[in-house]
Design a binder for this molecule. Structure first.
Ligand SMILES: [Zn+2]
Length: 490
């Protein structure tokens, strides 16, 4: 409770002036079910590109109202419910349920299940939602129940059917809990959201009543979003409008940028081939924007188009990678550009074959990404602690993940057990999250436990972030196993 209040204050305090960066604070968390500690994270500030929506999705508030899973046993609940105690018999029941295979999850709606099969990467949060139902503590505190219902709405994982389910749950629980004005007045945001969800669910008359109570109660923060939204959403409800405000607002700018680049690509490719300077093959973005920043924006857009399978974007990436020398090529672009090529190797194959790369290791990494075959020596050398880390190493690790190349998994584990190399952590975490299997869990547990969270509570140790990465990989592997069982069971 304390945590989300603090976050909420931050959200509203930021008002229309949005925080410029998202900061994440690492915290030691103890699981009430298996009593293992792990690295949890909390948001210190939040970056967003536009107003939060009236249901507060795409906000710091929704980010903090999510289910979280213990990497050691998959106990799942609200972040604030960790570090608390469970009744002994309830703990036993939950442990038994989590140990059962396949985990007995209430079936997902058919539409959601289809999406789980098609997009396992977005299914994880939906499964966390189911696990959180399985792990629910004994019924008690009404506000706690409302918060869980809200997390069900926010944890939809973009899977069809789940947000509606979470919304229905929210309206049911919150209508009961907020029948009394005295209770409602203590939880202005949660109470406002009841009105918004009633409106979305087509209960427009009830929504109008809730919004008028929100305003009448003279709730705190009335000059901020809440009062404005309560008035605006009430008008929508009165007009019978149940439309959900787009959650994709922040993404629109990106879509537009990608669209502009698509049109420009033939011209850019021609300029690249003629060896023209970068201003002739990057997007203009305001007159005061430095060239370097313009170029990163363009390259970022090209990477996202290439991942979608846009062939000229693949060719463009190859062109930039081949032409740049070591000082011009930005580190992130070497790894991300090459990773993007690995998503649709056939689209870049010809361009890579014909390209003359000025930096040899970049060429090797690009060839590995589109042609496969043996992992380039620079990367195997790094894994054997014979070479230093470099962006080309990162590019190969990312491409290996996308290609599903498990041949280097043993070497990755060996390297993780060796001398600490923080640059390598995030790539290896993503690799193991996707290509790790349940039989890899004992090795990950061993690696994670290299850094004790108990001894270092006094000060922040960089080992914590390392442990957090390993624990993230463990969590992903476990969730994927549940998803696989779930898909098989139907
Ligand atoms: Zn646990």
């Amino acid at each position: 409770m304390r945590l989300w209040r603090l976050l909420l204050v931050l959200l509203f305090a930021s008002g229309a002036e949005f925080a410029r960066a998202t900061t994440v604070v690492l915290e030691r968390v103890v699981c009430p079910a298996c009593e293992h500690d792990f690295v949890g994270s909390a948001f210190g500030s939040w970056f967003q590109r536009g107003d939060p929506n009236p249901d507060l999705t795409n906000s710091l508030f929704s980010a903090s109202h999510r289910f979280e899973s213990c990497p050691y046993c998959l106990y799942s609940t609200l972040r604030d419910d960790f570090d608390t105690k469970l009744a002994k018999n309830r703990r036993g029941e939950i442990r038994a349920a989590l140990a059962r295979e396949p985990i007995d999850l209430k079936p997902l709606p058919e539409a959601a299940l289809k999406a789980v099969r098609a997009k396992p990467d977005v299914a994880a949060s939906a499964v966390e939602f189911r696990l959180a139902q399985l792990c629910a503590p004994e019924p008690g505190d009404a506000i706690k129940q409302i918060e869980r219902a809200l997390a069900a709405y926010y944890s939809r994982g973009d899977l069809p059917g789940l947000s509606e389910e979470g919304r229905t749950l929210y309206v049911e629980t919150a209508s009961r809990a907020f029948a009394e004005d005295s209770v409602a007045a203590k939880h202005p945001v949660l109470f406002y959201l009841l009105g918004e969800f009633q409106r979305q669910a087509g209960q427009t008359e009830q929504a109008v009543v809730t919004f008028s109570r929100v305003l009448k109660l003279g709730l705190e923060l009335r000059d901020e979003y809440l009062a404005t939204w309560a008035k605006a959403q009430s008008k929508l409800a009165q007009a019978g409008n149940t439309k959900i405000v787009s959650r994709e607002k922040g993404e629109n700018a990106e879509d537009t940028r990608n669209g502009v680049l698509k049109k420009k690509l033939p011209e850019f490719l021609a300029a690249l081939k003629r060896g023209r300077p970068s201003r002739e093959w990057s997007l203009p973005a305001g007159k005061d924007v430095p060239a370097k920043f313009r170029l990163s924006t363009t390259l970022g857009a090209a990477c996202s188009l290439a991942k979608e399978g846009h062939s000229p974007a693949c060719e463009y990436i190859v062109g930039v990678l081949a032409q740049g020398d070591a000082s011009e090529l930005e580190e992130w672009f070497i790894s991300q550009g090459i990773e993007a090529l690995a998503h649709h190797p056939e689209l870049a194959a010809e361009a890579v074959k014909n390209a003359k790369f000025r930096v040899a290791v970049v060429g090797e990494a690009a060839r590995y990404a589109v042609q496969g075959g043996a992992v380039p020596a620079l990367t195997t050398g790094f894994l054997a602690e014979k070479q230093k880390w470099s962006p080309a190493v990162s590019a190969v690790l990312r491409a290996a993940r996308v290609r599903g190349d498990v041949s280097i998994k043993p070497a990755i584990f060996a390297r993780l057990g060796g001398k600490r190399a923080y640059e390598f952590l995030s790539d290896s975490r993503w690799y193991l999250s996707e290509l790790g299997a349940p039989e890899d869990l004992p090795q990950l547990v061993k690696l994670a436990e290299r850094t004790s969270l108990r001894r270092q509570e006094e000060g922040w140790d960089p080992g914590w972030s390392e442990r957090g990465e390993f624990e993230d990989a463990m969590r992903s592997i476990r969730l994927r196993a549940v998803i696989r069982d779930l898909a098989r069971a139907r």
